[in-house]
Design a protein around this ligand. Structure first.
Ligand SMILES: [Zn+2]
Length: 180
């Protein structure tokens, strides 16, 4: 029975590629091999993998705060590099799911919690970008839905200097397991 899920958050061209409009750049590119290996392991162990992706309309009020990014059906919104290839290779796998989101928190106004509960998931592992914004708020969302949470230090990155602080903050607030 499936009991754990891996959430891959916002690993799009806009957040990861050199020419992305809101890119983390190198630190995000460096976590790609770890994430693809982890996702492969999750599928092999019959766990669930969710690709959670920011999906904005052109006129989203979110762009009053941030440069336009992850506009639906643009190249910027597509998965980055090797993760794109990994997704294409596995997209017909029954335990791989793609979920769009419009908020930092992947659980906000989505059916993600319902999907996880249907699969009897007890623990949610989160990787992706950025540690202090979408990863943090998604872990918070998972906790609020009653899931145990874990993050993988080798699978998260950010463009600020808050990575370490927010990692410790997740541990403090949600008892998040920190996997080295
Ligand atoms: Zn966004």
């Amino acid at each position: 029975m499936v009991r754990e899920a891996l959430l891959i958050v916002d690993m799009s061209n806009d957040f990861v590629a050199d020419n992305g409009t809101l890119t983390v750049g190198n630190p995000a590119q460096e976590i790609v091999p770890y994430i693809t290996a982890l996702a492969t392991r999750f599928l092999a162990e019959r766990n669930l993998v969710i690709v959670s992706m920011d999906a904005h309309q052109k006129n989203d009020s979110h762009f009053e705060l941030w440069p336009p990014h992850n506009i639906v059906e643009t190249e910027g919104q597509q998965l980055y590099g090797a993760l794109y290839d990994w997704f294409q290779d596995n997209k017909n796998h029954k335990n791989l799911v793609y979920k769009s989101k419009t908020n930092y928190n992947a659980f906000f106004q989505t059916d993600l919690a319902e999907t996880l509960k249907k699969s009897e998931i007890k623990k949610v592992h989160t990787v992706g970008v950025t540690t202090d914004i979408c990863v943090f708020l998604t872990v918070s969302g998972a906790d609020a839905e009653g899931f145990k949470t874990a993050i993988h230090k080798q699978g998260i990155a950010t463009f600020t200097d808050l990575g370490e602080t927010m990692t410790n903050h997740m541990k403090r607030c949600f008892h998040t397991e920190i996997i080295e």
